[in-house]
Design a protein around this ligand. Structure first.
Ligand code: ATP
Length: 240
């Protein structure tokens, strides 16, 4: 279980990018985090994954716990070892490395048996990655690169996956495919935090959701409750 309590985060001396944020993700949950540009979604994921400091941000207050452990002061590698693994925005695959090398990079330090199991799982979820194993990652399509980025994160056998806008810039058919894959990953026992501007996809996949607005939680509830909310329909689902 991931718990975020009263979290406040700042970049330099600017206004808090997050303030007083509370949220919970159960071990078998998918939490969608919705919100417009600059609402603080990426900052939230960076804080959970421990990469915030790389972006010159600091946790100015509050805490993040995973199970009984406080993780908001741990470094990213220690957080990965606890089973919390992020896929940053923008599909940051190693373009000059092959697909197989990218996947292996996601399992550095894992025992050979775990690597083999990770690879089996990734190839089952994304058969195209098996077909393209020896191709350079930079030559894949946008959708395939997103699959590779998710696949690489799965190689370490995460218990909680943090996805930052996996649908960004992808065609609707591919977004549908990514959504179905997230469900499948969840069905296999991995919890997910899904940051998305594509609220239709996110609410179809998630069981709970929060809406961030200017760094605070404006709405929270089950995915069904948020889908039915007039505000969410008007602002995020294209309703009137
Ligand atoms: P987007 O969908 O555009 O990525 P977001 O909801 O993920 O937006 P964040 O990227 O978390 O929002 O940004 C929240 C606020 O923090 C914004 O006001 C942004 O300008 C600021 N911010 C984000 N990263 C930095 C940084 N490295 N340095 C300074 N300010 C930052």
């Amino acid at each position: 279980m991931l718990t975020v309590r009263d979290l406040t985060v700042r970049y330099g001396r600017s206004v808090a990018a997050l303030h007083g944020v509370d949220l919970d993700v159960s071990d078998d949950g998918v939490l969608a985090v919705l919100g417009g540009n600059g609402a603080g979604k990426s900052t939230l994921l960076r804080t959970i994954s421990g990469t915030l400091r790389m972006h010159r941000g600091t946790v100015a207050g509050g805490e993040v716990r995973y199970g009984s452990r406080r993780i908001d002061q741990l470094d990213p590698a220690a957080i990965v070892r606890l089973g919390v693994v992020g896929v940053p925005e923008g599909r940051q695959v190693f373009a000059r490395m092959t697909v197989a090398e990218n996947l292996r990079a996601g399992a550095i330090g894992a025992p050979a048996s775990a690597r083999a199991e990770g690879q089996r799982r990734v190839h089952e979820l994304f058969p195209v990655l098996a077909e393209r194993a020896s191709q350079r990652a930079g030559l894949l399509s946008g959708g395939e690169q997103q699959m590779l980025a998710i696949g690489r994160a799965l190689m370490s056998g995460p218990r909680l996956l943090l996805l930052d806008e996996p649908s960004l810039g992808l065609a609707p058919k591919i977004v549908e495919r990514i959504g179905a894959t997230i469900r499948e990953i969840h069905a296999q026992g991995t919890a997910v935090v899904l940051v998305e501007q594509n609220a239709v996809m996110a609410l179809a996949v998630a069981d709970h959701a929060v809406v961030l607005e200017v760094g605070g939680v404006a709405l929270a509830g089950t995915a069904a409750e948020l889908s039915a909310s007039e505000d969410v329909q008007r602002l995020y689902l294209g309703g009137h």
